[in-house]
Design a protein around this ligand. Sequence first.
Ligand code: SF4
Length: 400
Amino acid sequence: MYPDRVVSGMRPTGSMHLGHYHGALANWIKMQAEQPCLFFVADWHALTTHYDDPSVIERSTWDMLVDWLAAGIDPSQATLFIQSRVPEHAELHLLLSMATPLGWLERVPTYKDQIDNLANKDLATYGFLGYPLLQAADVLIYRASEVPVGEDQVPHIEMMREIARRFNYLYGKEKGFEEKAQEAVKKLGSKRARLYNDLRTQFQQDGDAEALEQAKAMLDDAHSLSMVDRERLFGYLEGSRKLILVEPQAKLTAAARLPGLDGRKMSKSYGNAIALREEKDVVTKKIRTMPTDPARVRRSDPGEPARCPVWQFHQVYSDGPTQEWVVKGCQSAGIGCIECKQPVIDAIIREQEPMHERAQPYLDDPSLVRAIVADGNDVARKLAQETMRDVREAMGLAYF
Ligand code: SF4
């Protein structure tokens, strides 16, 4: 099978804040040490909603990359690149669009929600309807095994899987496939060929999923096979098609939800955000002026943390004993709100200190960021071109 790979992107439509950090970036940082990761700036996606004012995109792209590096994304572990610098994404998007039923796009749950949420923008465009398909191309082009997503994005991954399946069904038919697959089986050597055939029969006749996994593991270890033969044998296990595109799995992320300063979703447009690289005194001022439980009019009035957005910050930033101190102190009016907010202020400043330090060299010399991205673009492009070679060949477009 193709190597395990994680792909994920973010739209550059404004500066990054702590909601992004706790909702996605912290998870990326964890994943980059565990398996190969490709993280990209989804500038074409930003255009689907900001086509009338693209000026924010270029500036946000570079700011966002500095934010990623500041947060701890390590270019020696993960590949960082810009979507539009790998034009193969657009080519695959176009080719997939030929065979994707319109109804699949219209049914994506977030499509109608987004149109309602962004009622001030005219989103009745071809680009906006097609963005889940562009997302599918972004992932399928790297034959990604996993995509980190929240619950609301799972239907998008389901659609990507359907698109990959349909593509393989339509274009994975290879002339003489059966014969070529049987030739490839022989190359496994007599013992392993027998085992492969037995496992294939067990899966195809009895639906034995364990046999399928065992056969796949055996193919993973069959280093003597060429990549093409290996993919034929993966396809032959399950049917009579070559697997050209890989169906990715949704990797559900258990991300901490950090709300905005007023308890709503953190968003720069709501004016309730703390930037990823906020200055210390601004952090202090923003937290000190946060609304609290309205029941605590006077210092002597008891309150209830469940009604207070500061408590949600404690749930992300404070340890057990501090949380206990907050609950007891709030409900008994033993502590005041300013006192209660101080551990949150300290924790955010502590969290952001290394981010400021890591960002500084890139702010002093922006060519460092450009060099990292240029390298990442090259790596991503090479992988994308490998897939496109197979896609073009399968669709009868490999002219030379
Ligand atoms: S004591 Fe803390 S949890 Fe209670 S209302 Fe004040 S800030 Fe909120």
